[in-house]
Write a protein that binds this ligand. Structure first.
Ligand SMILES: [Zn+2]
Length: 240
């Protein structure tokens, strides 16, 4: 009998320590999700996001472990350089990074890439702005970053004068829900704002990133489990 208890305890310990990729459910309010427009709650006005993004910032690119599926190239932003305010809370921009393919889907469709701008408030709460990336015109703001992507794990490179205020589409209507980080430790309680309108990168720029992450670096969509998604994008949203 005591052997059985010990075995069970060991099994539980192994399960608790196992990474999510082994099939252990890390939680019930995870990201990314498929944004199904027929199931989204459309509202005319969502709380306004006030952007305090600078015209120019010096960032440090950091390859966090290519070609790992949970790695990326991250642009680290100096403390205090950029922030947003939403419903009275200010969130400082910590870093932005990319995934290929996109992590969020709209009506079951993935975009070639997705950019995440990760912010945190003084109480440690997290807010991520997700921007879908379609293939199209070359992105001038990101050109210098995508020309300088650090190619090996752990490599860093400085890039000066990045126009963070030009990284977003003009129309910042969005889908909003509460989810999680999409990489370990998959922390929940993250406020997600996925913009309804994409930005574009050229085929060449997308290829430059894909070469570092040939097997992709995105997590599959997670079940909604009754969570509500709110949007001010209008029913046509992404296709406008
Ligand atoms: Zn991300």
């Amino acid at each position: 009998m005591s052997v059985c208890v010990a075995t069970l305890a060991l099994a539980a310990a192994v399960a608790a320590a196992a990474p999510a990729s082994s099939g252990v459910d890390p939680g019930s309010a995870q990201s990314p999700i498929d944004l199904r427009r027929s199931e989204v709650t459309f509202v005319k006005h969502l709380p306004t996001i006030r952007f305090a993004y600078p015209r120019k910032a010096d960032v440090t690119l950091n390859n966090t472990g290519s070609p790992g599926e949970e790695a990326t190239v991250r642009a680290e932003v100096p403390a205090g350089a950029a922030s947003i305010t939403l419903s009275g809370t200010t969130y400082a921009l910590q870093q932005f990074h990319w995934h290929t393919l996109s992590e969020h889907e709209i009506d079951g469709r993935r975009s070639p890439m997705e950019m995440h701008l990760v912010h945190s408030a003084s109480d440690g709460s997290l807010l991520v702005i997700g921007v879908l990336i379609e293939q199209g015109r070359a992105n001038r703001v990101l050109a210098r970053i995508f020309d300088a992507l650090p190619e090996t794990a752990g490599e860093t490179r400085p890039v000066t004068g990045v126009r963070i205020d030009d990284l977003l589409p003009d129309d910042v209507s969005s889908y909003r829900y509460t989810g999680s980080l999409t990489t370990p430790p998959f922390t929940e309680g993250v406020r997600w704002i996925v913009l309804a309108h994409p930005i574009t990168l050229s085929k060449h720029q997308i290829q430059a990133f894909r070469e570092l992450f040939e097997d992709g670096n995105s997590r599959e969509v997670q079940p909604l489990n009754g969570r509500k998604v709110f949007s001010d994008a209008g029913r046509r949203g992404h296709d406008d």
